[in-house]
Design a protein around this ligand. Sequence first.
Ligand code: ADP
Ligand code: NA
Length: 331
Amino acid sequence: MSQPRLFSGMQPTHDSLHLGNYLGAQVNWVRMQDEFDAFFCVVDQHALTVAPDPAELRRRTRVTAAQYLAGGVDPERSTVFVQSHVPEHAQLAWILDCITGFGEAARMTQFKDKSGKRGQEGTNVGLFAYPMLMAADILLYDTAAVPVGDDQRQHLELARNLAQRFNARYGDTFVVPEAHIPSETARIMSLAEPTAKMSKSADNQAGNLMMLDEPKVNTKKVKSAVTDTDNAVRFDPDAKPGIANLLRIHAALSGDSIDTLVERYAGENRYGALKTDVAELVVAVQQPFKQRVDELLADPGELDAILARGADRAREVAAPTLAKAYDAVGF
Ligand code: ADP
Ligand code: NA
């Protein structure tokens, strides 16, 4: 029996994922690839909305794909590909643009935030059309499940509305996708400012544990993580966000429960011991991850072959969906 489809992607806007991306997204992807026919896309066309330097975009696209693989996505079981290699994404996006209201798109909070910061002169139309391209990414694959962060909930809702609207107007064509939002406990916070999430776009990058940094850099960041002065290890995210974050990271990486850990580090002056252990756990996942990425980047032939196979497999699914949509609208 065929498995339900899953689609997810990341923008190649940075050279390294952080631990939040790894624990919040990648670990989930790897788990879900058993139950789903999974499509993992490097969405380089979305990244073009921020006008990256061409050489940088090309490099980051490859590094991002290499990180999917290093994190445990298995290209034999899942489809790993680059969005721009599959022209059906842009083709379907145009059709979806034509059934989206201007006001509806203008209400997307991410667009309002980004265009508000850049002003009209600094805002390109691609940024405005981003959610419709994202809807195309999802709908092309008859996707049942989309693992997305909370911040993408509104875009996913738009994709669902567009699928339903298209189906009502032109006849049944698209599967209406469901969001898979990871639980709040999966959220990793900044080590420098533990009330804000670890994020590539955070102002203070000192709080991000980057998967491709040297282990000693991450060890140092863990050891200087912001905590509090009461010196007792308890899990209290409101009063003790720094310690709660370290406990979450430890639990996610070691598999031990938070309760077990609180017991282990009970007593006075145990913050140092907790930090030492968290640093070791981080390095233990991050070092082989980085090594695998380095290997993949050193052998461009292998990576290119995986991405070419991925694009072929993606087109096998995307082309018939686009053909149905073309036929339905009268092309
Ligand atoms: P960023 O905020 O760093 O730009 P993205 O928005 O590109 O991250 O998110 C990519 C994926 O990583 C999404 O699935 C998102 O839910 C997940 N993610 C991002 N930051 C975190 C975090 N701090 N903790 C857990 N998951 C995260
Ligand atoms: Na699968």
